[in-house]
Design a protein around this ligand. Structure first.
Ligand code: GTQ
Length: 356
């Protein structure tokens, strides 16, 4: 029963011009645009980036652009719904595929956006974060949270590729995005993933706590995969075999803005996910899966990545009847929860969050 609101064209041109002259605009012609009924307007489009398309173009970048001319040799997975120039996967997420060739070094810097790296292929690279040298193997997740120094190097013999996930679009939108350059870091002994080697117990320093906001920087794939396999075996009826990457000292999200998860689809499994407010990125670590929204079906094989806008019910289906599939997932849940706008929709019905 909502009546049509007045349009800009309904107003005298001179009146509109007089307002614009004073940097004023009438709300009502745009009100439904900024506050649409029930479902938010989303620029983010469901988008699939196949690794078989990315890899040759990324290797070509390795020939065309020396690391010194790139600092970070990255092809950005840009969502066309935001226009490619914006370099966004979603409103808050940035995705990039980064190539480091044997012997190359991507110098130390730090910046306000948070980043993680999900290693896609190749052995022998490392990222040093605040002096901790984190080896990079397939499926490992390495955090480089806001403000921490990080640099990448490569002692191996084959190209190494990883997926960068940053909250850069949010930081840029907030006008808080900047970086500082540094010099090569001294590495210190010790790896936090070895200190926090088992869930349920954690280091109890006899001479005081470390007190670090980001105690763990590398999450080896071998551990996450073992956790998923043992969860699946322990709970044969469990539908969603998923772990989330957390701060092992607090159990809170590993980073402030974006959430990170590893999900196992059992052989032949179909998993229906409800509509939720955050946009979601799916990246296949092992196996193959179909990601369906109703409007689109993406068939993802290992190293493929897709982005699904928020408020979209999504069905994941393991493409294999005999092997599990393992997905890395990134989403905007921590941000939405902090903002009080996080929402899960049952039967696709709006569930306006409130503070009640
Ligand atoms: O490796 O530090 O994809 O600073 C974008 C910005 C990677 C990085 C990106 C960065 C990095």
């Amino acid at each position: 029963m909502t009546s049509e609101l007045g349009r800009l064209e309904d107003l005298p041109a001179g009146y509109v011009a007089a307002m614009r002259e004073r940097n004023l605009v009438p709300l009502w012609p745009s009100l439904r645009g900024v506050l649409p009924p029930k479902v938010p307007t989303r620029q983010t489009q469901a988008t699939h980036w196949a690794y078989e398309h990315i890899k040759p173009l990324l290797l070509k970048a390795g020939e065309l652009t020396p690391i010194e001319k790139a600092e970070r040799r990255v092809l950005v997975l840009a969502n066309p719904g935001h226009t490619l120039e914006k370099m966004q996967a979603s409103s808050a997420m940035y995705l990039g595929m980064q190539l480091l060739l044997p012997g190359e070094w991507a110098p130390s810097h730090r910046h306000t956006p948070n980043a993680v790296r999900m290693v896609v292929e190749g052995e022998g690279a490392w990222t040093t974060v605040e002096g901790e040298k984190c080896p990079m193997s397939r499926g490992d997740l390495i955090l480089t949270p806001t403000g921490l120094w990080h640099e990448h190097g490569h002692d191996g013999t084959e190209p190494v590729v990883w997926l960068d996930v940053l909250d850069l679009p949010l930081a840029y939108y907030l006008e808080v995005s900047y970086h500082l350059n540094g010099s090569r870091q001294e590495t210190k002994p010790g790896q936090a993933d070895r200190a926090y080697a088992r869930a349920g117990v954690m280091p109890a320093p006899v001479f005081g706590r470390s007190g670090r906001r980001y105690p763990m920087l590398r999450y080896p794939w071998a551990n996450a995969k073992a956790a998923l396999l043992s969860m699946a075996e322990n709970q044969p009826d469990l539908e969603g075999v998923q772990v989330t990457y957390v701060n092992p000292e607090t159990g809170e999200d590993a980073e402030n803005i974006l959430g990170f998860y590893a999900l196992m689809l059992r052989p032949g499994q179909t998993l229906a996910l409800p509509a939720r407010s955050p946009a979601v990125v799916y990246h296949v670590i092992e196996g193959a899966a179909r990601v369906s929204t109703g409007a689109q079906d993406f068939d993802l094989v290992a190293a493929d990545t897709c982005c699904i806008p928020g408020y979209t019910p999504t069905v994941l289906k393991n493409a294999s009847a005999t092997e599990p599939a393992f997905l890395f997932i990134a989403d905007e849940s921590p941000l939405h929860r902090k903002l009080g706008v996080y929402e899960v929709r049952q039967d696709d019905q709006p569930a306006m969050p409130s503070s009640l």
